[in-house]
Design a protein around this ligand. Structure first.
Ligand SMILES: [Zn+2]
Length: 238
């Protein structure tokens, strides 16, 4: 019985390690979260570029408007100072037109200046966002590569250990193995504990001295009265 329990203890160790490996596999960063951030950054960058194109168009429109106004103003100024118009009423009308156009031109020039500044700010913003996006894409590639390599390594370790575990489990009597599985299922993956002192390592409760004596004799598989786990007392150790 003692030897069977020693093998079952190896099975238990494999089960604990398998749980750790499976948890590590599930816990690997898939990069999905970062991928969502990359997608969002791409979207934002697209919006920024579109906004920039809009500002460029506004600026071209204003530029054209400015030229038209300036041409008009030049035309009126030509008439005003050309000497062909002499009627004072007409001259004062022309003067008023020129003044109005100058104010208009001033407004468009102010607007153009604002648009120039906006264009610069947008270019800088776009460039910064492009840099950030490139960094994120680089990080994403690294995370995905790591997920790939660490994932395949873990899967291989798990497969190998599962095979070893299965071979070991095959050396344990089916009754005892079934009993172990039942206890392990309800006891947090710990169905058998190795006793080295006077307490149960599974629940930290003191084991009765009577039980300890029977454990030492090693003739049957005993369980902790408190937590129900199988107790393995290695021979030659105390
Ligand atoms: Zn216990």
């Amino acid at each position: 019985m003692s030897e069977e329990l020693a093998i079952l203890h190896e099975v238990q160790q494999a089960d604990a390690e398998l749980a750790r490996l499976r948890k590590a596999l599930v816990g690997l960063d898939t990069g999905d979260e970062l991928a969502a951030q990359v997608e969002q950054a791409q979207q934002e960058l697209g919006d920024l570029r579109e906004q920039h194109r809009g500002t460029e168009k506004d600026s071209m429109d204003s530029d054209l408007e400015l030229k038209t106004l300036q041409e008009k103003k030049s035309k009126f100024e030509g008439q005003l100072y050309g000497g062909a118009v002499r009627n004072p009423r007409q001259l004062s009308d022309l003067q008023r037109e020129v003044q109005l156009l100058s104010r208009e031109i001033g407004k468009v020039e102010d607007r153009l200046l604002e648009l120039m500044e906006a264009l610069e700010a947008e270019s800088a913003g776009t460039q910064r966002r492009e840099g950030e996006l490139a960094d994120m894409q680089e990080r994403l590639a690294a995370v995905r590569a790591k997920h790939e390599s660490a994932g395949s390594r873990l899967r291989q370790e798990i497969a190998e250990l599962e095979e070893k575990r299965s071979a070991k489990a095959g050396q344990v009597g089916p009754e005892l193995l079934k009993r172990y599985e039942r206890i392990r299922e309800r006891s947090g993956n710990l169905g058998l504990v190795k006793v080295s002192g006077t307490t149960c390592p599974g629940c930290q409760v003191a084991l009765p001295s009577e039980l300890l004596k029977r454990l030492g004799a090693g003739r049957q598989a005993l369980t902790c009265e408190n937590c129900g786990r199988l107790l393995f007392f290695p021979e030659g150790e105390d």
